[in-house]
Design a binder for this molecule. Structure first.
Ligand code: G4P
Length: 290
């Protein structure tokens, strides 16, 4: 699947974030719990250097809890990292984050030494929602459209939270670094890539193949099938027929079925789903290297 990632924007974002890093003590990287590896940006490690990092597996309300547990263990093994599963729509849990920041930097967070925090991540993972929840009011844009946000370090762009945590009101936006072609599909399935950038049927086919393997029973139940179809394409055909999406000559309209499937994955109708596990990613990375 061809995806254009605007390397110019990526370089600009890196430069701006690098310039402001001297004013940052702790980084919060927001990722999508359904696709932690695909929504992570390895540049965060390069940019933060020795600074501690909280990796938030956000949208955990939409992700498979057993797989999220595996990812938490995986990230917690990384140097300087504390991973946390969260739904930033849950305001009370989200507002506990400053406590975790203080735990990671016990010598700061006092009246004398603030903890300066920067939130980073790829588009659409929930950065703006997180900032707005922590600030208790609308500070940053919340939306679906990827954009480069200029990270500004001046005082007027900082929000002081309780206990001397100081947060930049604009997130550092990074683009996904896609080394693994499957990641571009997973980003598209979960909505991190704009709908116009891909062919719906192509990504729905990928999603359907995966769902049959990983969540066959749920597929059977949701679409009231007698048995799990043997391929993703057959699943799309079955959905089309069940919904009466037929073209001339009674041919199943798999394009319309694709739109239904992707919509139902994204809005949680198929239940909490994860699209990658640490084991899958390890295997895919070996396959890429060989
Ligand atoms: P960004 O700044 O990283 O680009 O992401 P943003 O906060 O704009 O969030 C992107 C979308 O993800 C928003 O939905 C937001 O409501 C949703 N979202 C953020 N965090 C969570 C979460 O923990 N769980 C769930 N289920 N959704 C979350 P949207 O499609 O723009 O619109 P809407 O859902 O607000 O209508």
């Amino acid at each position: 699947m061809a995806v254009q990632w605007y390397p110019g924007h990526m370089n600009k974002a890196r430069r701006i974030i690098k310039e402001t890093m001297s004013d940052v003590d702790l980084v919060i990287e927001v990722m999508d719990a359904r696709i932690p590896a695909s929504s992570e940006n390895p540049m965060v490690a390069e940019l933060r250097q020795h600074r501690p990092c909280i990796k938030i597996l956000n949208k955990s309300d939409l992700a498979d809890p057993a797989i999220t547990e595996k990812w938490l263990e995986y990230f917690d093994r990384q140097q300087g990292v504390k991973a946390q599963a969260l739904s930033v729509l849950d305001k009370s849990r989200t507002r506990n984050l400053p406590n975790l920041c203080r735990k990671l930097l016990p010598d700061r967070g006092t009246a004398v030494k603030n903890i300066r925090v920067m939130i980073m991540g790829i588009p659409n993972v929930g950065k703006s929602t997180l900032i707005n929840t922590l600030a208790g009011k609308t500070m940053a844009k919340v939306g679906d459209e990827p954009a480069v946000t200029k990270v500004v370090s001046s005082a007027q762009h900082r929000i002081t939270l309780d206990g001397n945590i100081v947060l930049s009101d604009t997130p550092g936006i990074l683009w996904p670094k896609i080394e693994n072609e499957n990641s571009s599909y997973r980003l598209a399935i979960t909505g991190a890539i704009k709908n116009t950038a891909f062919d719906f049927e192509d990504i729905a086919w990928f999603a359907a193949d995966y769902l049959i393997d990983a969540y066959g029973e749920r597929v059977v139940e949701r679409y009231k099938l007698k048995q799990c179809p043997e391929s993703g394409f057959k699943l799309l055909e079955e959905i089309a027929r069940k919904r009466g999406f037929l073209r001339a000559g009674g041919i199943a309209d798999t394009q319309r079925a694709s739109e239904v499937l992707i919509h139902e994955i994204r809005n949680g109708t198929l239940g909490a789903l994860s699209f990658e596990t640490p084991e899958m990613i390890a295997k895919e990375m070996v396959d890429i290297d060989t």
